[in-house]
Design a protein around this ligand. Sequence first.
Ligand SMILES: CCCCCC/C=C/C(=O)SCCNC(=O)CCNC(=O)[C@H](O)C(C)(C)COP(=O)(O)OP(=O)(O)OC[C@H]1O[C@@H](n2cnc3c(N)ncnc32)[C@H](O)[C@@H]1OP(=O)(O)O
Length: 359
Amino acid sequence: MRASLKDLENAVNQVKLLKKDPGNEVKLKLYALYKQATEGPCNMPKPGVFDLINKAKWEAWNALGSLPEETARQNYVDLVSSLSSSSESSSQVKPGADKEHAGYGTLVVTSEDGITKIMLNRPTRKNAISTQMYQEIILALKAASQDDSAITVLTGNGDFYCSGNDLTNVTDTPLGGIEEKAKNSTNLLRDFVASFIDFPKPLIAVVNGPAVGIAVTLLGLFDIVYASDRATFHTPFSHLGLSPEGCSSYTFPKIMGPTKATEMLTFGKKLTAREACAQGLVTEVFPDATFQKEVWTRLTAYAKLPSNVLRISKQVIRNREKEKLHSVNVEESSIIQGRFLSEESMNAVMNFLSKRAKL
Ligand SMILES: CCCCCC/C=C/C(=O)SCCNC(=O)CCNC(=O)[C@H](O)C(C)(C)COP(=O)(O)OP(=O)(O)OC[C@H]1O[C@@H](n2cnc3c(N)ncnc32)[C@H](O)[C@@H]1OP(=O)(O)O
């Protein structure tokens, strides 16, 4: 569901609980989005030049033009959610004063104690990966590969780790039509997966809840996967008319054997966290109640190890596979490009969009 009036009300209350003052610019943005969400486009006369505060408020609201009320409501809720995450009012955030990296709209990226944490931050969409999020993850991984952190963590905000590819990505078809859309998506997918293959330091998935599609397949490219016992692992590619990606056609048979891989990747069998652990996709499962505490305590200790040697060990373990993984990625991407254009895939996406199917 898009953000409801109740979500808006909850978000307004959440603002009052923020531990960190978000600053005037953000407060003006919140004011403007709230007015737009509740009253529609700016309907006040412009205040006089000396009424500085009301003039700034008017300008922020007026700048939203004819933004639909529903979109303003969603943007308000998303903005508050990102503020709550960064001000650490959420149990998802590890303790301490994180240094937050600015400039991301769909992620919260922080560095502290030798750990760079990339948190998917679209909780109202179950952290589905939008086109913007794909691009931002590529950028965040690039930055993390060059910063002075010892390890990098990917996790999700809210009750899901990630619901996979955002199925509404298909709706912004370019002028060149669906063929061009399929080509653009394929190129983005290939570059996105390549940024995981090439990541030079230990990359750890903190799977805080259910994971779907590409969020699952990528796990084969991580160095450690910790999961809450609430997490599930589901790759419904055939239901969507799609073929495996994220190098899973290579990593999954290696990790769990070809028959278990086929059950997951071809037949869409959903695994519990414990099953995924028994099959080697997950390193360790923790009770949800203590998940964050146990995992961050462990990772904070790991990140104290000398960072150069962590990088070298990762490369010794992974580098001989790199070339193979890149060629698998290229091959999988070219196969899925054809699938994007297939009737089976288009029907499945349309079914989802028209709410006829829930996977
Ligand atoms: C560059 C392109 C690369 C393409 C790579 C190939 C594809 C890879 C994949 O990842 S395939 C897998 C795609 N994901 C899915 O099929 C999941 C679809 N979602 C669901 O089945 C369910 O939403 C759920 C099981 C994830 C969660 O169910 P539930 O707990 O009941 O929550 P809601 O369904 O009410 O979800 C809340 C809200 O979020 C929207 N949403 C959730 N997931 C997605 C998604 N993947 N794409 C778009 N939107 C999503 C959901 O629709 C709800 O919004 P709404 O109420 O409809 O407004």
